[in-house]
Design a protein around this ligand. Structure first.
Ligand code: FAD
Length: 87
Protein backbone atom coordinates (compact mmCIF):
# COMPACT_ATOMS: atom_id res chain seq x y z
CA UNK A 1 0.00 0.00 0.00
CA UNK A 2 1.17 3.53 -0.73
CA UNK A 3 -0.22 7.03 -1.23
CA UNK A 4 -0.23 9.52 -4.08
CA UNK A 5 -1.78 12.87 -4.89
CA UNK A 6 -3.75 14.70 -2.23
CA UNK A 7 -3.78 11.60 -0.04
CA UNK A 8 0.00 11.95 0.26
CA UNK A 9 0.34 15.73 0.34
CA UNK A 10 -2.92 17.62 0.82
CA UNK A 11 -2.52 21.38 0.55
CA UNK A 12 -4.69 24.41 -0.12
CA UNK A 13 -5.19 25.13 -3.86
CA UNK A 14 -3.17 28.37 -3.86
CA UNK A 15 -0.08 27.00 -5.58
CA UNK A 16 -2.12 25.47 -8.43
CA UNK A 17 0.02 22.33 -8.29
CA UNK A 18 -2.07 19.59 -6.63
CA UNK A 19 -3.30 17.92 -9.82
CA UNK A 20 0.11 18.30 -11.45
CA UNK A 21 1.75 16.63 -8.46
CA UNK A 22 -0.86 13.85 -8.41
CA UNK A 23 -0.22 13.02 -12.07
CA UNK A 24 3.53 13.22 -11.59
CA UNK A 25 3.28 10.92 -8.54
CA UNK A 26 1.44 8.37 -10.70
CA UNK A 27 4.07 8.53 -13.41
CA UNK A 28 6.92 8.21 -10.90
CA UNK A 29 5.21 5.29 -9.20
CA UNK A 30 4.88 3.51 -12.54
CA UNK A 31 8.53 4.19 -13.31
CA UNK A 32 9.61 2.84 -9.90
CA UNK A 33 7.71 -0.41 -10.54
CA UNK A 34 9.32 -0.72 -13.99
CA UNK A 35 12.78 -0.05 -12.51
CA UNK A 36 12.37 -2.79 -9.85
CA UNK A 37 10.83 -5.77 -11.65
CA UNK A 38 9.57 -8.39 -9.20
CA UNK A 39 10.50 -6.33 -6.13
CA UNK A 40 7.47 -4.28 -5.15
CA UNK A 41 8.93 -3.30 -1.77
CA UNK A 42 12.03 -1.78 -3.42
CA UNK A 43 9.78 0.05 -5.90
CA UNK A 44 7.67 1.46 -3.05
CA UNK A 45 10.74 2.53 -1.11
CA UNK A 46 12.24 4.32 -4.12
CA UNK A 47 8.94 6.02 -4.94
CA UNK A 48 8.20 7.09 -1.36
CA UNK A 49 11.73 8.37 -0.79
CA UNK A 50 11.16 11.12 -3.37
CA UNK A 51 7.43 11.61 -2.76
CA UNK A 52 7.40 13.99 0.20
CA UNK A 53 10.42 16.20 -0.66
CA UNK A 54 8.89 16.65 -4.14
CA UNK A 55 5.77 18.35 -2.73
CA UNK A 56 7.47 20.50 -0.08
CA UNK A 57 8.09 23.56 -2.25
CA UNK A 58 4.52 23.61 -3.59
CA UNK A 59 3.10 23.09 -0.09
CA UNK A 60 5.15 26.02 1.25
CA UNK A 61 4.09 28.25 -1.67
CA UNK A 62 0.47 27.24 -1.19
CA UNK A 63 0.58 27.97 2.55
CA UNK A 64 2.23 31.36 1.97
CA UNK A 65 -0.35 32.30 -0.68
CA UNK A 66 -3.22 31.20 1.58
CA UNK A 67 -1.87 33.52 4.26
CA UNK A 68 -1.38 36.29 1.72
CA UNK A 69 -4.94 36.10 0.39
CA UNK A 70 -6.79 35.57 3.66
CA UNK A 71 -4.47 37.18 6.21
CA UNK A 72 -4.43 40.72 7.55
CA UNK A 73 -4.29 43.48 4.92
CA UNK A 74 -4.80 40.88 2.18
CA UNK A 75 -5.77 43.40 -0.48
CA UNK A 76 -2.77 45.69 0.13
CA UNK A 77 -0.31 42.79 0.30
CA UNK A 78 -1.68 41.17 -2.86
CA UNK A 79 -1.54 44.48 -4.71
CA UNK A 80 2.03 44.94 -3.51
CA UNK A 81 2.95 41.51 -4.85
CA UNK A 82 1.42 42.25 -8.26
CA UNK A 83 3.14 45.62 -8.55
CA UNK A 84 6.52 44.78 -7.01
CA UNK A 85 7.71 42.53 -9.82
CA UNK A 86 8.29 39.67 -7.35
CA UNK A 87 7.01 36.20 -8.36
C1 FAD B 1 -10.61 25.22 -5.82
C2 FAD B 1 -9.46 24.35 -6.25
C3 FAD B 1 -8.63 24.76 -7.28
C4 FAD B 1 -7.56 23.96 -7.69
N1 FAD B 1 -6.75 24.37 -8.72
C5 FAD B 1 -5.73 23.61 -9.12
C6 FAD B 1 -4.93 24.01 -10.23
O1 FAD B 1 -5.12 25.06 -10.84
N2 FAD B 1 -3.91 23.20 -10.60
C7 FAD B 1 -3.64 22.03 -9.97
O2 FAD B 1 -2.70 21.32 -10.36
N3 FAD B 1 -4.39 21.61 -8.91
C8 FAD B 1 -5.43 22.36 -8.48
N4 FAD B 1 -6.22 21.95 -7.42
C9 FAD B 1 -5.86 20.73 -6.68
C10 FAD B 1 -6.34 19.45 -7.39
O3 FAD B 1 -7.74 19.52 -7.64
C11 FAD B 1 -6.05 18.25 -6.47
O4 FAD B 1 -4.75 18.33 -5.95
C12 FAD B 1 -6.20 16.96 -7.25
O5 FAD B 1 -7.55 16.80 -7.69
C13 FAD B 1 -5.81 15.76 -6.39
O6 FAD B 1 -6.06 14.59 -7.12
P1 FAD B 1 -6.23 13.24 -6.36
O7 FAD B 1 -6.48 12.22 -7.42
O8 FAD B 1 -5.08 13.02 -5.42
O9 FAD B 1 -7.50 13.40 -5.42
P2 FAD B 1 -9.01 13.68 -5.85
O10 FAD B 1 -9.11 14.45 -7.12
O11 FAD B 1 -9.66 14.25 -4.61
O12 FAD B 1 -9.58 12.23 -6.14
C14 FAD B 1 -9.90 11.35 -5.11
C15 FAD B 1 -11.09 10.53 -5.56
O13 FAD B 1 -11.32 9.48 -4.62
C16 FAD B 1 -12.71 9.38 -4.41
N5 FAD B 1 -12.91 8.73 -3.11
C17 FAD B 1 -12.78 9.27 -1.88
N6 FAD B 1 -13.06 8.36 -0.93
C18 FAD B 1 -13.35 7.21 -1.59
C19 FAD B 1 -13.70 5.91 -1.14
N7 FAD B 1 -13.80 5.59 0.14
N8 FAD B 1 -13.91 4.97 -2.09
C20 FAD B 1 -13.81 5.25 -3.41
N9 FAD B 1 -13.48 6.49 -3.88
C21 FAD B 1 -13.25 7.44 -2.97
C22 FAD B 1 -13.23 10.80 -4.48
O14 FAD B 1 -14.62 10.84 -4.78
C23 FAD B 1 -12.39 11.35 -5.65
O15 FAD B 1 -12.98 11.13 -6.91
C24 FAD B 1 -7.31 22.72 -7.02
C25 FAD B 1 -8.16 22.31 -5.96
C26 FAD B 1 -9.21 23.12 -5.59
C27 FAD B 1 -10.12 22.64 -4.46
Amino acid sequence: MTLLGDAAHLMSPFAGEGANLAMFDGAQFGRAIADHPGDTEAALTAYEHALFPRSQTSAATSAANLKLMFGDNALERLLDQFTSGRP
